[in-house]
Design a binder for this molecule. Structure first.
Ligand code: ADP
Length: 433
C-alpha cells in the first residue's frame, strides 16, 4: 500500500539521476531541432552543441556512479541519497529510518535493521512494520507535515516497548532542491515502563498489606461496639488482637519509610567511619528476649578489636536487626543462630568485611533465593504474617548494602538452614591508606 505514490510515467522505471539527464537531453534535442528546422543553426553546429549538453548532463552522473560501490548503485533510487544524509542517519544512536513521501525506505541505520529486520531499503516501511497505528501515524505525518507518534512493540527475544516518532524533514537533493522526507526514530521506553509497572505493583501491594490489618481492626471495633459490648473476656482477647494488628501496620509504615529514605539517598555513599562490632552486639543483645521466647541461642563470634567501615549507623542497625530477627523467626527450629564477622577479599581483589548470620532451620528452596530481596516477596505469606513480617525486610537489607557499595549473599541448603552474608568494602583509614 503506497502512500502518495509518485505518478507513473515513461521515465518512472529509470533511476532518478538518469531520468533527470534524459529530460534535459530531450528538451535540448527538441530546441536544437527547432533551430535547425528554421535555419537558425547549421546541423553540424547543432550536433556539436548537443554533444556538449549531453556531456554536461551525463558525465557527472556517470562519475558519481563510478565513485560509488556496485552495491550502492543498485540501491540508489532517491535524489536525497547522499553520503551526508546516510552518515547522519547511520550515526544516530537510536534506531532511525529515513523514508520518502511514499513511505519507502531511503536509509536505515544498523540499530533499525536490528530492531526491525523486515525493513529494507527501497521497500515500503508499512509492509515491514504492519501496525495499523504506525501506518496511520505515517499517513498523518505525510498529510499534515507535522510530527506524529506511535507505539512499536517488539516481543522477540524479550518484550520491548518503543515510542516511534515520525518527523517530516526537508532533505536537500542532489539537484539543489529539497525533498519532503520522513525521519522515523525509535526510542526505547522499556525501562520507564518497567519502573511504572513496579510502582503500580508496589502501591497495590502496600495498599493490600495495609488494608488487611485495617479490615481486622474495624471488624473488631464493630464487634466491641455491638455483640461483645458487655463481654469483658472477649473484649480482653479482641483488644490483644487489635494491638497486634496495629503493631503490624506501624511496622509496615516504618519499613516503607525506611525503604524510601534509603532509596532516596542510594547514590550517596555513607562516609562516616563506624565500628560495626558494637553495632552487631547491640542488635544481638536487643533480640535476646525474642531468642529466649523462640528457644534459640545466639552465638556471637566477633573480634575484640574494632572493625571500621564507612557506614550509616542507623541503617546498619536496621540491616543486622532484619537479618538476625529473620534467623530467629524462620530458623527457630534449628535452635541456634551464629553471628560472625570475618575479613576477606572479594572476587575483584577488594578487601572486605563480611558479617554472616547463619541459622539451622528449614532453609529456603533454591527457586526462591533470587526473589527474596524483592519487595513483599515471601516464601510463605501465611508464615510471614504469623511472624509479624512485612515482606520488606530483605529488600531494605539489599538497599542498605547497595548504598554501602557492598554485596548481599544468600546461601541455603533446604533442611540445613540459611546463611545471609553482608559484605562491605573495608574503610580506607589513614593507617591503611
Ligand atoms: P518478612 O517481613 O516476611 O520477614 P523479609 O523480606 O525479611 O520479609 O523476608 C522475606 C521472606 O524470606 C520471608 O517471608 C521468609 O519466607 C524468607 N526468609 C527470610 N529469612 C529467612 C531464613 N533465615 N530462613 C528461612 N526463610 C527466610
Amino acid at each position: 500500500m503506497a502512500l502518495d505514490a509518485p505518478s507513473a510515467s515513461f521515465f518512472s522505471p529509470w533511476p532518478d539521476r538518469l531520468r533527470h539527464s534524459a529530460i534535459i537531453l530531450l528538451a535540448a534535442g527538441i530546441a536544437l531541432a527547432v533551430l535547425v528546422a528554421f535555419g537558425e543553426l547549421s546541423p553540424l553546429r547543432a550536433g556539436a552543441v548537443f554533444v556538449c549538453i549531453a556531456a554536461a548532463a551525463l558525465v557527472p552522473w556517470r562519475l558519481h556512479n563510478v565513485a560509488t560501490s556496485r552495491e550502492d548503485v543498485r540501491g540508489i533510487t532517491s535524489p536525497v541519497e547522499t553520503a551526508a544524509v546516510s552518515a547522519i542517519v547511520a550515526g544516530m544512536p537510536d534506531p532511525a529510518v529515513l523514508l520518502d513521501r511514499a513511505g519507502r525506505v531511503i536509509h536505515l541505520n544498523a540499530a533499525a535493521a536490528q530492531l526491525a529486520p523486515a525493513l529494507r531499503k527501497n521497500e515500503l516501511a508499512q509492509f515491514a512494520l504492519r501496525s495499523p497505528e504506525i501506518i496511520s501515524a505515517l499517513r498523518e505525518a505525510i498529510a499534515t507535515t507535522e510530527p506524529r507518534r506511535a507505539t512499536y512493540l517488539d516481543h522477540v527475544p524479550v518484550d520491548r516497548w518503543m515510542e516511534l516518532i515520525i518527523t517530516p524533514v526537508p532533505v536537500p537533493t542532489l539537484f539543489g532542491g529539497t525533498e519532503k522526507c520522513m525521519l522515523m526514530t525509535f526510542h526505547d521506553q522499556t525501562p520507564l515502563r518497567r519502573v511504572e509497572e513496579m510502582r503500580a505493583d508496589f502501591v497495590a501491594n502496600a495498599s493490600h498489606e495495609l488494608r488487611t490489618p485495617l479490615a481486622a481492626l474495624s471488624g473488631f471495633i464493630d464487634t466491641l461496639q455491638g455483640p461483645a459490648k458487655e463481654d469483658a473476656k472477649a473484649r480482653e482477647r479482641f483488644l490483644g488482637i487489635m494491638h497486634t494488628q496495629a503493631t503490624r501496620m506501624a511496622r509496615l509504615i516504618d519499613d516503607l519509610l525506611s525503604l524510601s529514605r534509603v532509596e532516596l539517598s542510594a547514590h550517596v555513599r555513607p562516609d562516616t567511619l563506624v565500628d560495626i562490632v558494637p553495632i552487631i552486639r547491640q542488635v544481638a543483645d536487643g533480640l535476646e528476649p525474642l531468642a529466649r521466647e523462640r528457644q534459640v541461642t545466639i552465638d556471637i563470634q566477633l573480634p575484640e578489636s574494632p572493625v571500621v567501615i564507612a557506614g550509616d549507623r542507623e541503617e546498619l542497625l536496621r540491616l543486622f536487626e532484619n537479618l538476625i530477627e529473620n534467623a530467629l523467626k524462620y530458623g527457630a527450629s534449628g535452635g541456634k543462630v551464629i553471628v560472625s564477622l570475618v575479613a576477606a577479599v572479594s572476587g575483584e581483589g577488594v578487601p572486605e568485611v563480611r558479617v554472616m548470620v547463619r541459622d539451622f532451620g528449614p532453609g529456603i528452596a533454591p527457586e526462591h533465593l533470587p526473589r527474596l530481596t524483592e519487595r513483599f516477596y515471601r516464601v510463605d505469606v501465611g508464615d510471614s504474617r504469623a511472624q509479624g513480617g512485612t515482606g520488606l525486610g530483605l529488600s531494605l537489607v539489599k538497599h542498605i548494602v547497595n548504598r554501602h557499595r557492598g554485596r548481599l549473599l544468600i546461601e541455603s541448603v533446604p533442611k540445613h538452614g540459611a546463611t545471609f552474608t553482608a559484605c562491605f568494602p573495608q574503610a580506607k583509614t589513614p593507617a591503611s591508606a
